[in-house]
Design a protein around this ligand. Structure first.
Ligand code: MD3
Ligand code: FE
Length: 220
């Protein structure tokens, strides 16, 4: 997609009940699974970021992440000059992270169950906010429990998800994530390399030019 062009990323009708797609062993894409609940999910995000404002974290290498981040639950991932870790308190406010809204916890559990992971109760909900041009480089998620899946919910503007497989040299697949799409990653796919290509300049009726991604994890 050409940067700078305007796209209407509103999802076409009829994709809401699209079948689940197996992306790889242990990894499932559910197109539009939470589409109907996008407004409620966005309200829950608003409730969290009112108490724990989105911020651009610093990487250990001294860079500034383009993605705005916040979170809820017992522990939330943070990055600063000292490295990556999960913290019980928001370093920006000094207060505990906001509790995870029951709506988020319940939807995450329901999504995990659809992928065959029963009894998933996340203790961490990370909120990523992407504006036009914001991206996330290829990485692995290594800082939390690996015996639990990660549930990812995309909202707002569509983005191209980069998926490099479990070995760094694996070819990178490109998968479009639209408003209401859910991916559940676990088992053999839990340590896959992944990232987000620069988000296009586009408009979504619920989110303007923003993409949100929610990820739900177990950290303890
Ligand atoms: C594949 N977020 O927060 S979510 C992250 O859209 C992160 O904001 C991206 O990567 C985003 O760490 C992608 C999809 C995702 C999340 C975790 C994974 C894919 C994953 C863990 C293992 C393999
Ligand atoms: Fe990640």
């Amino acid at each position: 997609m050409t940067q700078g062009m305007l796209f209407n990323t509103e999802e076409p009708p009829g994709r809401r009940d699209a079948p689940a797609q197996a992306l790889a062993p242990g990894a499932w894409l559910f197109p539009g699974l939470v589409h109907a609940r996008a407004p409620a999910l966005l309200s829950a995000i608003g409730e969290v970021v009112r108490r724990a404002p989105l911020r651009h974290m610093t990487t250990p290498g001294g860079g500034r992440m383009s993605v705005g981040m916040s979170g809820c639950g017992a522990r939330v991932w943070v990055s600063d000059a000292a490295g990556y870790r999960y913290e019980t308190h928001d370093p920006r406010t000094g207060r505990p992270w906001p509790p995870m809204p029951a709506l988020l916890r319940d939807i995450a559990g329901e999504c995990a169950q659809k992928a065959g992971y029963d009894g998933f109760v996340p203790d961490s909900g990370l909120i990523n906010r992407y504006g036009p041009g914001d991206r996330m480089g290829l990485h692995q998620d290594r800082d939390e429990r690996r015996d639990a899946p990660i549930v990812s919910i995309s909202l707002g503007v569509s983005a191209v998800f980069l998926w490099g497989g479990v070995t760094r040299s694996d070819p990178v697949r490109r998968i479009v994530m639209r408003n209401g799409d859910v991916v559940v990653w676990g088992g053999p796919s839990r340590l896959a390399w992944h990232g987000i290509a620069p988000v296009p300049q586009a408009q979504h009726p619920l989110c303007g030019d923003v993409r949100y991604n929610l990820t739900f994890r177990r950290t303890a």
